[in-house]
Write a protein that binds this ligand. Structure first.
Ligand SMILES: Nc1ncnc2c1ncn2[C@@H]1O[C@H](COP(=O)(O)OP(=O)(O)OP(=O)(O)O)[C@@H](O)[C@H]1O
Length: 356
């Protein structure tokens, strides 16, 4: 950030070229016998919000440290804004804002003073620093607390101040390590909305690490599932969900008041239906074979009106199934093509991994 900047960060952001902002190729970090990050390949485009998800010890922080040039890769390479952090850490620091999970402030100084201090460290003139700090306090909803000592801030307020702190140098990329940790639900909602708005309004690329899956799902364009140093899947929620559908199958969940024999026949007759899965209490039926359903019924559920039956198809037959049910005279109260939420995706991927 240079002196002479315009007062608001949004106005200061110049149009940036599209393309990859973060490129990790074969990135590996070993600590003795422990491989913290194992051959990580990942590309993140400008303006994207990417969620790096994984349990404790997965290697998220180590990956971030390598991206910032704070620790050297054992092998492979990271490129951030076209820079190699291992060789150009200072240049990377100018372009990348990093919010660690425990950002340190001067507790006995006010929020405004802390921001001005960071701005001055980044070479911003005192006059501009004051304007910029005030604008960022406004943007992060902290204006009325500008004169309060940071020691008296709640965790949610600290994180918002942390965001203001990383934004003061007008970064192209912000990296947030567990930004929602320890914040109440309302605070989380506000913080995520703020991150989302920043990315949209200021063309910011955001990488956030988290193990709070359902929170991340709300704002991330794509997520990467990271476990034991390896990225086991990456994509948007829909594509991860589709990858989970075994063998490209589609699952349509159907609830009718009473599931009678003619319904089996009507649905079985639809081209593309391969299986009708009923809850364990009812007899299962696999088309074209004698064997019953597998004991586990992951897709069958109970609804307040009765059981949900899952129809497995090789294409999306939701509309045809609805028509067949209604045509058979059954009372349809529920139908939906099953899509997995991030929690389902995460657990199913991990289950699979443990099984293999
Ligand atoms: N400086 C270090 N020396 C030795 N081992 C380390 C070091 N830093 C991390 N590790 C190990 O590397 C692995 C990955 O740790 P890392 O902190 O990157 O994971 P994480 O996904 O960020 O976890 P958390 O969510 O708990 O912060 C762990 O097994 C950890 O014990």
């Amino acid at each position: 950030m240079t002196a002479g900047m315009t007062p608001t960060p949004a106005a200061a952001a110049a149009p940036l070229a599209a393309g990859p902002v973060i490129e990790l190729k074969g990135l590996t970090k070993k600590y003795g016998d422990t491989t913290a990050v194992n051959h990580l390949n990942l590309t993140i485009s400008r303006g994207e919000i990417f969620g790096l998800l994984g349990p404790n010890g997965a290697g998220k922080t180590t990956t971030i440290l390598m991206m910032l040039g704070l620790t050297e890769p054992t092998s492979g390479q990271a490129k951030i804004c076209g820079l190699n952090p291992a060789r150009e850490a200072l240049k990377v620091k100018r372009k990348v804002g990093y919010l660690p999970d425990d950002i340190g402030f001067y507790e006995d100084r006010t929020a405004l003073d802390n921001l001005i201090y960071t701005a001055r460290l980044n070479g911003i003139s005192r006059e501009d620093a004051v304007v910029k700090a005030a604008a960022l306090l406004e943007k992060t909803g902290l204006s009325e607390h500008a004169g309060k000592k940071v020691g008296a801030f709640s965790r949610g307020m600290r994180q918002r101040l942390g965001l203001a702190d990383v934004l003061i140098k007008n970064p192209e990329v912000i990296i947030l390590d567990e930004p929602t940790l320890g914040i109440d639900p309302e605070g989380v909602r506000e913080l995520l909305a703020l991150i989302s708005a920043l990315s949209r309004d200021e063309q910011l690329t955001v990488l956030l690490s988290s193990h709070h899956l359902h929170q991340v799902q709300q704002i991330c364009d794509r997520v990467g599932l990271f476990v034991q140093g390896q990225l086991i899947a990456a994509g948007d929620i829909r594509s991860l969900s589709e990858q989970l559908d075994e063998d490209g199958n589609y699952y349509v969940e159907v609830g009718v008041k009473e599931w009678l024999e003619p319904l089996d026949e009507a649905i079985s007759a639809l081209e593309g239906v391969t299986e009708i899965r009923k809850p364990a209490a009812e007899a299962g039926k696999r088309l074209g074979g004698e064997q019953p359903f597998r004991g586990e019924q992951p897709d069958a559920a109970e609804n307040e009106h009765g059981p949900i039956v899952t129809i497995v198809c090789d294409r999306d037959l939701t509309a045809q199934i609805a028509e067949a049910v209604i045509h058979s005279g059954a009372e349809l109260y529920y139908i939906r093509r099953k899509e997995y939420g991030l929690d389902d995706i995460y657990h199913r991927y991990f289950e699979r991994r443990e099984e293999s």
